[in-house]
Design a protein around this ligand. Structure first.
Ligand code: AMP
Ligand code: GLY
Length: 417
């Protein structure tokens, strides 16, 4: 089978890598891909939101399966366009993607179907939102109702911060026109639960934890994620069973009941609060960088799972490797603020483990940085400590002046050891 993967980051590199282990896959294309993906797939210069061009390419090349990585492609309606053309595609429709693209849709669904999450109210009017926030304790959790590339959430510690954020979101239309969800502030460790979902059918993946802050000790600005690991010692079997039945399964069923059945990866961003496990957010796609540690643990043929889910057929239970995986992001200095691109990357051939490219490109015979997050180095081991050791040893082999990384990925798991 010929397969097309849409996207060009570390997540897509991990998907391409998993597909390359499938005996059914004869050729992989990736649009647009990156310098690392180019070693395992043929990169095609089509952007992830150029829906018609992607569809025409898949038709012309006789692609048997297309897998969508980024939310932007989903929100642009790529799945709907492929399905209309009779092409097999793995991912949710634009309507089902609203579980991620509209915070208010997600919150209303959870309230209606009794899915545990933080209490909330939604506002379109700045003065009303401000009056509500003033009556409540700080910090205030403010969420812009739409896709904002991970930057639509502000945890305001002071009233001044809350006011500035609400101004941005509701008055200055920095992100576009929209509403704001104001949520109760919850505490506890967060983790990511990704499931393959096809209507009522839910196939869980192993749990992972992302590290959103830029610097060690969970300090600094929020990013797209600076590292991830799996498994998670602080989530019990009971917690996991609860999250599967009361959150993930219930949400899949709710989406069917609402007439927007979900097909693809449903990502639960969950928090283990003193009052139990609650939803912080849903995404309608594989998480990045969680995917880069979760898929290396998948022993089953991922192509079988993608095809069964896309076709609405029963899939075989997924088999997972017990060994831990821990990955560290190498990011451009300055990220998530402004940073320079084009720094030469050396030493990649000396890496023992796996390295996924997040933002790189080929420049002549060299590989150079081409994004905020650049590389993702994955260590494996019988324990998380071993996996971290391997990852750090490989990070030290990368030669590039323009990069920084966190050294404490997995600290939540080690603190208890
Ligand atoms: P989100 O994009 O919704 O995942 O939010 C980004 C981050 O903000 C989350 O990973 C949490 O760390 C934090 N956050 C979001 N909602 C809440 C909440 N209700 N209480 C506390 N922290 C939150
Ligand atoms: N790692 C968080 C996300 O993919 O949104």
């Amino acid at each position: 089978m010929k397969v097309l993967v849409i996207g060009g980051g570390g997540r897509e590199h991990a998907i391409v890598d998993a597909l390359s282990r499938s005996p059914q896959v004869e050729k992989i294309y990736c649009a647009p891909g990156n310098a690392g993906i180019a070693r395992q797939a043929e990169c095609v210069a089509i952007k992830d939101t150029e829906v018609e061009r992607l569809r025409d390419f898949a038709r012309e090349q006789g692609i048997g399966l297309t897998v969508v990585g980024p939310e932007a492609a989903l929100a642009a309606g790529v799945v709907d366009a492929f399905r209309d053309a009779g092409l097999r595609i793995f991912g949710p429709t634009k309507a089902a993607t609203r579980i991620e693209s509209s915070k208010e849709f997600a919150k209303e669904l959870m309230a209606k179907y009794g899915i545990p999450t933080a209490g909330y109210r939604a506002f379109a009017d700045f003065d009303e939102a401000m009056a509500y926030v003033r009556r409540r304790p700080l910090p205030a959790v403010l969420k812009y109702d739409g896709l904002a590339a991970g930057k639509g959430v502000v945890i305001a510690e002071t009233m001044e911060e809350a006011e500035a954020a609400l101004r941005d979101m509701l008055l200055d239309d920095k992100f576009g026109e929209g509403r704001v969800v104001v949520e109760d502030y919850l505490t506890g460790p967060e983790f990511s639960f990704m499931c393959f979902v096809s209507g009522h059918r839910v196939y869980p993946m192993v749990l992972a934890q992302d590290h959103k802050r830029a610097y060690d000790g969970d300090k600094g600005p929020n990013t797209g994620g600076m590292g991830a690991y799996t498994p998670l010692p602080f989530v019990t079997k009971e917690d996991e069973a609860f999250a599967l039945t009361e959150i993930m399964q219930r949400t899949a069923d709710a989406l069917v009941a609402e007439g927007v059945p979900f097909t693809g990866v449903l990502y639960g961003g969950l928090m283990k609060t003193p009052q139990g496990i609650k939803v912080i957010e849903f995404n309608a796609r594989f998480g990045d960088p969680e995917t880069e540690v979760v898929l290396p643990r998948m022993k089953s043929d991922i192509c079988d799972v993608f095809c069964a889910v896309a076709d609405g057929r029963e899939a075989a239970p997924i088999v997972w490797d017990d060994r831990a995986a821990l990955g560290i992001v190498l990011a451009s200095k300055g990220y998530p603020g402004s940073y320079e691109k084009g720094a030469v990357i050396g030493g990649l051939e000396c890496i023992d483990g796996t390295v996924y490219h997040m933002g790189t490109k080929v420049d002549g015979d060299r590989i150079v940085t081409a994004g905020g997050r650049v590389l993702f180095v994955v260590g494996r081991g019988a324990t998380l400590a071993e996996a971290r050791q391997e990852a750090l040893a490989d990070v030290a082999r990368v030669e590039c002046d323009g990069l920084f990384h966190r050294t404490d990925i997995g600290h939540c798991a080690f603190d208890g050891e």
